[in-house]
Write a protein of this length. Structure first.
Length: 108
C-alpha cells in the first residue's frame, strides 16, 4: 500500500511540475536539452529540443540561441531516455523565460 501511495505522489508531482510543462536538462557532455521531462521511473525527455548558442549574423560580438527539434535530426527518437548519472542539473521553465516564449510562438 505504501509503495502505491509513493508511486502515485511521484507521478502527480511529475505531471504538475513547472508552469510550462517544459524543463531544461544540462548534461555532463555540455549539451543542453529542453523538453517535457519525466523523472519516474527513469529520466525521459519527450517533445525535446537541443539548445544551441549561435553567433549573431549582424553583430559578431553578440550571440543568440536556437532550439533544434530532436524530431528533425537524423536519428529522430520519439523520446530520449537519459542516464541519471549524466545529468548535471534540470529544472522547470518559467512561462516568462525566453525559451518558453520561443516555444509558445513556435506552437501557434
Amino acid at each position: 500500500m505504501v509503495v502505491l501511495v509513493v508511486a502515485g505522489v511521484a507521478f502527480w508531482v511529475n505531471k504538475t511540475k513547472g508552469e510550462t510543462g517544459y524543463s531544461v536538462v544540462y548534461m555532463t557532455t555540455g549539451e543542453v536539452y529542453v523538453g517535457k521531462l519525466s523523472t519516474f521511473p527513469d529520466f525521459e525527455l519527450t517533445d525535446a529540443y537541443l539548445y544551441q548558442i549561435i553567433k549573431d549574423a549582424t553583430e559578431e560580438a553578440k550571440t543568440n540561441f536556437q532550439l533544434q527539434p530532436i524530431k528533425d535530426v537524423l536519428w529522430a527518437p520519439k523520446s530520449m531516455h537519459l542516464i541519471k548519472d549524466n545529468v548535471v542539473f534540470y529544472g522547470s521553465l518559467m512561462s516568462n523565460s525566453k525559451i518558453a516564449e520561443t516555444l509558445a510562438a513556435q506552437t501557434k
